[in-house]
Design a protein around this ligand. Structure first.
Ligand code: C2E
Ligand code: CA
Ligand code: CA
Length: 688
């Protein structure tokens, strides 16, 4: 029997290689588990090569560490075949642990196949020495080496599956496991070697062609280390990249979340906005349809918010809104929704056990708001008006419920603020009409649906026609002729009155220039100006341009502004009226007696005419107070050197009375109804 000996340093190196190969394998197992598709295949392929070379070279270095008293060598083809076997079984193992799950039976079978692969590699490698006569194996040790191979493979697979997740100390645990696995692989190898007995007189058939084992060892070690290092490095770098990608994905998800938050919430109060509210209403409707039950939509509008905002500034206004939001939110259940859908408009969406509960909730909210707020050292008092729409009953969908709750809120405001109101069908028609009207009004100018009627004005003492007031009419395609009382307010609220007013001015001047051309040089056309037009910067220029366009003398135009408008912002009104008066335009204070004029101020106004409100004229015969007021106005006008006009003259007695009191001119249904311009000429030829 030939006795072999081992080169201890090579044995140690073989152990290191085994441990390193094991570590690489474990690391790659984690990689494969997280990759998918082609990526996973690539990792399995590359990993199989690296790990196969690692395992094989451990074995081969172990072989090189072994020496017999005879020269040894290795058959190249068989050695390469053993390498191939190592690579294949490594690939198999990696594919196995790359699976989502590894049931016990698969683990067992895998361990067996892998064990056979490693053992096959080992014994094929031994066979590559081509010993003559053949190696004699000790059956017990041989069997033991097989068992160790299978057990080591099983343990390796089990550990690899365990450690493929990225848990806290995974690298440390992998290192420990790699040490164990390396020991198991080395153990298998040296048990297999111990099983081999070389009869005396054996010789190595591969020796003659053999390479120098010393240089071969160095070469194998270097190549192996290089391959394993590359595999490990790639894996670590890729893991880094994956980590960074994961981080990026995380921050992207975070950004997305913030964006949705922004898109669905009001930035000032952080309450849900209209978009989110509509979504929640939709959900509540669906739930109520499925499970029954009721809910209420409460439209809450603050009373007195605007004055606070004007007086204390936006900053305080914003803080107040936040405080309101906070207080309302603190007093509701988490399952209910509070949204802010406009400046000082909030909507409360809440589930109800009983529809009647809505009333008590609404009065609670109103009481909450009535408590003073403390903002930036100021004590602020506001109140709220609430409109309630109930589901089912007050609307089929989000839009209808919101519109109806809004209509009910307007009703509450109309009936004295600081109150709530349940929706009723009649409010709906109003609200809908209102909305439709607004839409139609926007396009009315373009469609040329406006026209002017003219109401004649007469000199009181001789009944001579002295001009006419232009009164706006809207020829609506469905509603017919619409009177200004129905749409002027909407036009003012939306600002549409400015372009409409410019049209009125232009059309009235055009008409007047026609009359002027016909010889009516002493007539004046009167045009009503709304408060908004009066504040509009371009008014003076617009009037000048219009007069110029139609070649009309300025004193053929009277501009009527109401007393309230003229008094609102005294100084700027004075400036504008001054400019108009300088141009020579005639100015009339309309609806006089309904506002609060200061006598001093009235004296400074460059007006030419006072128009007594028709309210006083109407009650002239029954109410002695009104008679006193009218005679006072007339006296005042005469003192200030203003013409006095009475409007709304409906009876001969009124006409007589007003004339005797000293009014200069008269206007009213008795003397002439507003009519198309052609008919005015008839009034001129048939004096009253
Ligand atoms: P206003 O300036 O006081 O116009 C007089 C209104 O009294 C007119 O109503 C006229 O038809 C009505 N009226 C005339 N005589 C009598 C009478 O004997 N008895 C009664 N009960 N009423 C009489 P209308 O045309 O419906 O205009 C209503 C208001 O609409 C006007 O009141 C004016 O404030 C506004 N308005 C009319 N046209 C314009 C316009 O072009 N621009 C602006 N900004 N407002 C206009
Ligand atoms: Ca008027
Ligand atoms: Ca009037």
């Amino acid at each position: 029997m030939l006795t072999g000996s081992y080169d201890l340093s090579l044995v140690l190196i073989s152990l290191c290689v085994a441990v390193l190969a094991s570590y690489t394998a474990l690391d790659l197992a984690g990689r494969i588990a997280r990759a998918s598709g082609w990526g996973a295949l690539l990792w399995i392929g590359g990993g199989a090569v690296a790990m196969g070379i690692g395992v094989w070279s451990m074995h081969f270095i172990g072989m090189l560490a072994f020496s017999l008293p005879i020269p040894l060598g290795y058959d190249l083809a068989l050695t390469l075949l053993s390498l191939a076997l190592a690579v294949l079984s490594s690939g198999f193992a990696l594919a196995l642990v790359g699976q989502e799950r590894l049931p016990a039976w698969q683990l067992g079978a895998g361990a067996l196949v892998m064990g056979c692969g490693i053992a096959g590699m080992h014994y094929l490698g031994m066979y590559a020495m081509l010993m003559q006569p053949g190696i004699d194996y000790d059956p017990v040790l041989f069997g033991l080496s097989l068992v160790i191979a299978a057990l080591a493979s099983g343990a390796a697979l089990w550990i690899a599956v365990r450690l493929r997740k990225r848990t806290p100390y995974v690298r440390l645990m992998r290192a420990g496991a790699a040490l164990l696995m390396g020991l198991a692989i080395v153990g298998m190898h040296y048990t297999g070697m111990a099983a081999a007995r070389f009869p005396l007189g054996s010789f190595c058939g591969a020796a003659p062609s053999g390479l120098d084992s010393h240089w071969l060892a160095i070469l194998v070690i270097l190549v192996t280390l290089a391959v394993l290092a590359i595999a490990l490095l790639t894996s670590i770098l890729d893991a880094r990249m994956e980590e960074r990608t994961a981080q990026l994905a995380k921050s992207l998800a975070q950004a997305n979340l913030e964006l949705t938050q922004l898109a669905l919430h009001d930035t000032l109060t952080r309450l849900p906005n209209r978009l989110l509210l509509e979504d929640r209403i939709g959900q509540k409707i669906a739930k109520a349809q499925r499970d029954g039950g009721h809910f209420a939509l409460m439209f809450l509008d603050l009373d007195g918010f605007k004055p606070v905002n004007d007086a204390f500034g936006h900053h305080v206004g914003d803080q107040l809104l936040r405080a309101v939001a906070q207080r309302l939110r603190d007093n509701m259940r988490t399952e209910d929704t509070l949204a802010r859908i406009g400046g000082d408009e909030f909507v409360l969406l809440m589930k109800l056990r009983d529809p009647e509960d809505a009333a008590s909730v609404a009065s609670q909210q109103i009481a909450l708001l009535a408590e003073p707020f403390h903002v930036k050292g100021e004590e602020l008092r506001i109140s709220g008006s609430i409109g309630i729409a109930l589901y089912p009953g007050d609307g089929q969908n989000q839009q209808e419920l919101l519109i109806n709750a809004d209509a009910a809120m307007y009703h509450a405001k109309g009936s004295g603020k600081n109150a709530y109101s349940f929706f009723e069908q009649s409010m709906n028609t109003n609200a809908r009409n209102h909305l439709q009207m607004l839409q139609d009004l926007r396009s009315a100018l373009e469609r040329k649906e406006f026209l002017l009627h003219y109401q004649p004005k007469f000199a009181a003492h001789d009944g001579r026609l002295i001009g006419a007031e232009a009164l706006l009419r809207w020829q609506h395609p469905q509603r017919g002729l619409v009177m200004p009382d129905e749409f002027i307010a909407i036009a003012e609220r939306t600002g549409l009155i400015v372009p409409i007013g410019e049209w009125v001015l232009d059309e009235a001047c055009r008409q007047m220039s026609l009359w002027y051309a016909q010889g009516h040089h002493d007539w004046r056309v009167a045009v009503n100006l709304s408060a908004l037009q009066f504040c509009h910067a371009g008014l003076v220029d617009c009037v000048a341009a219009t007069l110029a366009r139609h070649g009309l003398p300025a004193n053929c135009l009277t501009l009527e502004i109401t007393e309230t408008t003229a008094m609102r912002d005294a100084d700027s009104s004075l400036a504008i009226l001054g400019q108009l008066a300088d141009m020579g335009v005639d100015l009339s204070i309309d609806d006089f007696g309904t506002g609060y004029s200061s006598l001093l101020y009235l004296k400074r106004l460059p007006a030419n005419e006072l128009k007594i409100d028709r309210g006083f004229v109407r009650d002239l015969e029954q109410d002695s107070d009104d008679a006193a007021i009218v005679s006072a106005i007339v006296a005042l006008g005469q003192a200030l050197d203003l013409r006095i006009v009475a409007e709304g003259v409906e009876t001969p007695r009124q006409q007589d009375f007003l004339t005797r009191l000293g009014c200069d001119s008269l206007q009213g249904y008795l003397l002439g109804q507003p009519c198309p311009p052609e008919q005015i000429l008839k009034a001129a030829t048939e004096p009253v």
